[in-house]
Design a binder for this molecule. Structure first.
Ligand SMILES: [Zn+2]
Length: 430
């Protein structure tokens, strides 16, 4: 294979030991990070002046194809939103619709600086096709729901194993597959135990929603005589390969359980605020030593996939919740959206920082904008002032996916038309 070099010169670096200098990419990896400007004979040389280079953002909880349902039902509580609006439409989903929604989400993620995401939904082989074409890195899981029905349970395992067989470790290693039991209130104990056993044997991650609403905590407590994380601990489900999304309603004992089992969390502040689910005790969790990452959730409850916006919401929500401006400072919030996300997916040695030997998943922000002037405090600007649309160039696995805001891997106009048509058809069926 012919070697391909990309050199980014004279750039301000975040998520790196070096604050300013150059980064050399060779094929899919970061080959050098130095304080000096590199040699000019690379295949592609990018001038990083008045730009900030960050590790690609990691969105640890989303449902890509739900971007087709954006704006469908706003201003409702979670159970009404799901039962009366989302689930009836989802009953008519097909692989083609999921592919169109996932492609749209990929365009949105690239344009706002996300290079890695953790997705749970349906028709995941069609989602994988979109991710492969987009050039992004993703962990995919088929959302399993059995509601105690044995036939349903068998079907969910059959589909999960089919997706693992077909998609795990494909697209030059960019796509991984995880088990995706939906939640402790939609999955039986039998299903959860079987997932636990199979994931351990196969060395795969588990992606699950836990304690999103107070109602869920009541339901689980009534059914099992224990709060959700206590119940999951009792049945031996929790381990360091579990990534739990939301984790809004937690007792002190549950925080201890999460910490002891080294479970990673995905905090989804915009979705939790919009559905009025509650406020996750993120600063307390971080103080307790829990790995807390950041996710947008699906575009039907956010209503976008912009991680730059999510970072700001996360910090502001913790500050006002604690009535303390010092909690969740910019540095911690930045880690949540990068290295903590990588750690939650088991990718901490592969992505999440700008370091020699890691995969070249990098995002270049253009700081030549009035809302980012004066250009003096890059991390502060990224957390508190920047917009997803300030992303100028995106590189994933050494491939340029967007340069100067122009998509390289996908045709943006074509994807938007495809998604418009798919949404129109799908919504007309409900
Ligand atoms: Zn979710």
């Amino acid at each position: 294979m012919e070697t391909k070099n990309i050199l980014i010169n004279n750039v301000t670096l975040l998520g790196s030991e070096i604050k300013r200098g150059s980064v050399l990419i060779e094929n899919d990896k970061i080959m050098d990070v130095t304080e000096k400007n590199g040699q000019k004979d690379a295949d592609i040389v990018i001038n990083g002046e008045k730009k900030v280079l960050s590790p690609g953002l990691v969105n640890t909880h989303t449902h890509l194809s739900m971007s087709l349902l954006r704006g469908l039902a706003d201003d409702l509580p979670l159970d009404t939103w799901l039962n009366d609006h989302i689930w009836p439409v989802e009953a008519n989903l097909t692989g083609e619709y999921c592919y169109a929604g996932a492609l749209l989400a990929c365009v949105e993620m690239i344009k706002s600086g996300t290079t890695t995401f953790n997705d749970m939904y349906f028709f995941m082989d069609h989602v994988a096709k979109a991710v492969d074409e987009a050039g992004l890195r993703g962990m995919l899981s088929h959302g399993m729901i059995d509601l105690g029905d044995e036939e349903k349970r068998k079907g969910e395992f059959k589909e999960t194993l089919r997706i693992i067989e077909k998609c795990h470790d494909t697209a030059e290693g960019r796509i991984k597959v995880a088990f995706g039991p939906h939640a402790p209130y939609t999955c039986s104990e039998e299903l959860l135990k079987e997932v636990r056993e199979k994931a351990g044997k196969m060395g795969l991650k588990i992606h699950i929603h836990v304690s999103e609403t107070e109602f869920e905590v009541q339901q689980v407590t009534e059914a099992h005589g224990a709060r959700p994380f206590e119940y999951l601990d009792e049945i031996g489900f929790l381990s360091d390969d579990v990534l739990a999304a939301h984790a809004v309603w937690l007792s002190d004992k549950e925080i201890e359980i999460i910490k002891e089992n080294e479970v990673s969390l995905s905090h989804n502040p915009a979705s939790n605020m919009k559905l009025a689910s509650g406020i996750s005790p993120v600063s307390k969790l971080i103080d307790a030593g829990v790995n807390v990452s950041l996710g947008t959730d699906g575009a039907a409850s956010n209503n976008d996939l912009d991680m730059i916006e999510e970072i700001k919401i996360a910090t502001l929500l913790q500050k006002v919740n604690k009535m303390d401006p010092t909690v969740l400072p910019a540095e911690k919030a930045f880690e949540m959206a990068t290295i903590n996300g990588a750690r939650a997916l088991g990718f901490q040695d592969v992505i999440g920082t700008i370091e020699m030997g890691k995969k070249a998943d990098l995002v270049l922000f253009d700081m030549k904008a009035p809302h980012l002037t004066p250009f003096r405090h890059p991390k502060s600007h990224l957390i508190y002032a920047a917009k997803g649309s300030d992303v100028n160039t995106v590189i994933c696995n050494g491939e340029i996916l967007m340069q100067n805001r122009e998509l390289k891997s996908l045709d943006e106009t074509e994807v938007i038309t495809l998604a418009e048509n798919a949404a129109e058809e799908l919504l007309s069926k409900a």
